[in-house]
Write a protein that binds this ligand. Structure first.
Ligand code: SF4
Ligand code: SF4
Length: 144
């Protein structure tokens, strides 16, 4: 499964190789979407984790044992229509066909209902017309 989490690091963990441990011990793949970690200060990181559900749950337990708070996030993707110049580059990137060329108009359509918020199109757009924002996924705070 793939999930996105906001991690809040206490300052005493900021120098530890926590993400390395996630990969080595729990076989979790990760993608850092945003990070603000500085020595001796509380930090935050938005992390996409991919792996078997049990392994992700174990990885979250490991984070908790270190005092790192993990909050599951749901991504929302928007296209800035004022920036998009219809180049079509994103249509070859989107794995679920949420961005595609409409025929015969040849217009690049963004079908938000199909979008899984994987974020792949965000760096792929030459003018950064695709944006991703994050909201808490649950009100109960259930981590996985
Ligand atoms: S890559 Fe960016 S500019 Fe090009 S069609 Fe997609 S959203 Fe528009
Ligand atoms: S975020 Fe992922 S699924 Fe959504 S449009 Fe971009 S590439 Fe497609």
């Amino acid at each position: 499964m793939t999930r996105i989490y906001l991690l809040r690091y206490p300052k005493d963990t900021s120098n530890q190789p926590i993400i390395c441990h996630l990969v080595q011990r729990y076989e979790v793949e990760f993608n850092i979407l945003k990070a603000d970690i500085r020595p001796q200060r509380d930090g935050i990181m938005v992390l996409e984790m991919k792996g078997q559900k049990e392994k992700v749950v174990d990885a979250l337990d490991y984070l908790k044992s270190l005092g790192v708070k993990a909050e599951r996030l749901a991504g929302k993707v928007h296209r800035d229509e004022s920036k998009c110049f219809q180049c079509g580059a994103c249509t070859g990137i989107c794995p679920v066909g949420a961005l595609y060329i409409e025929k015969p108009s040849m217009e690049v359509t963004f079908e938000v209902e199909k979008c899984t918020a994987c974020g792949l199109c965000v760096p792929g757009c030459p003018v950064r017309a695709m944006n991703i924002s994050f909201d808490p996924a649950t009100k109960t705070g259930t981590p996985a």
